[in-house]
Design a protein around this ligand. Structure first.
Ligand SMILES: Nc1ncnc2c1ncn2[C@@H]1O[C@H](COP(=O)(O)OP(=O)(O)O)[C@@H](O)[C@H]1O
Ligand SMILES: [Mg+2]
Length: 246
């Protein structure tokens, strides 16, 4: 039996309402270290709202989030990032008008020093690290100086993943990361997700592709109308059982 400090993330009766809409209701979700949990549910089930609360983007209207056994009140995604939680959003959050390397280090630029209020950026170091972390997740780009707006959806997803890895976040949340990307790029994202535990990470993986979820996840949580309706080891579930719960 796990004790609460074994969980890297735990929610206790976590709830979020938007006016009359109860998007998430009394959710007790747990994530252990070195596991990837699949989060499933029909559109509108509350998956994105749940992970947006865990990633500091949305404030709960009820309940509590615990990180490594400690209650937290996150005010922004920056608080979650500081706690080692990195999110690859459903709608990619890279900045099209900036280069690959700039995106990977956005908000966390490496400085060589300061002149007055201006930081001196370590550009070549950032370019080198950007290239290395992209290669590390199986994405190879022409140049770390390429504008992100010129990349394919899958390459942009690669940049978002490389950005997350660059900062050694220990908890990776992936909200439908394979939407609108090619088969080959999808395979990269799936391989990356499957291997998270080998890199010492834990993950929450949201996808409508049940095959991908069974491939990547050792445990599956199913949500319906804001509530958890199943939480089982993957071996204990079948596709038809899940479909009957959605
Ligand atoms: N910012 C918002 N304002 C109002 N309602 C929202 C907002 N975000 C989500 N909802 C509602 O909350 C419910 C859950 O949505 P969401 O978490 O996006 O589900 P999922 O990711 O499972 O498709 C839906 O009914 C949705 O319309
Ligand atoms: Mg969603």
């Amino acid at each position: 039996m796990n004790t609460s400090t074994d969980y890297v993330v735990e929610t206790c009766n976590l709830s979020k309402s938007y006016g009359a809409v109860q998007a998430v209701q009394d959710v007790n979700f747990k994530l252990s270290s070195n596991e990837v949990v699949g989060l499933l549910g029909d559109n509108g089930a509350g998956k994105t709202t749940l992970i947006r609360m865990i990633s500091g983007a949305e404030k709960p209207t009820g309940g509590q989030i615990m990180l490594r056994g400690e209650p937290v009140e996150m005010q922004s995604p920056r608080d979650a990032m500081r706690a080692g939680i990195e999110t690859i959003h459903q709608y990619n959050s890279t900045v099209g008008t900036m280069s690959v390397a700039e995106n990977i280090f956005l908000g966390r630029e490496m400085l060589a020093g300061r002149i007055g209020n201006f930081g001196i950026l370590r550009r070549s170091e950032m370019r080198r690290l950007a290239e290395a972390s992209l290669g590390n997740v199986g994405f190879h780009l022409r140049s770390p100086d390429a504008q992100v707006g010129e990349l394919s959806g899958g390459q942009r997803q690669g940049v978002a993943i490389a950005r997350a890895l660059q900062f050694q976040s220990k908890i990776m949340i992936l909200d439908e990361p394979t939407n609108h990307i090619s088969v080959k790029e999808t395979n990269n994202v799936i391989d990356f997700t499957k291997n998270l535990p080998n890199r010492g990470y834990s993950g929450i993986f949201i996808s409508h592709n049940l095959g991908h979820v069974f491939d990547c996840c050792s445990r599956i949580v199913v949500m319906s109308r804001g509530r958890i309706v199943a939480d089982e080891k993957s071996e204990a579930l079948t596709i038809s059982k899940i479909e009957s719960l959605l």
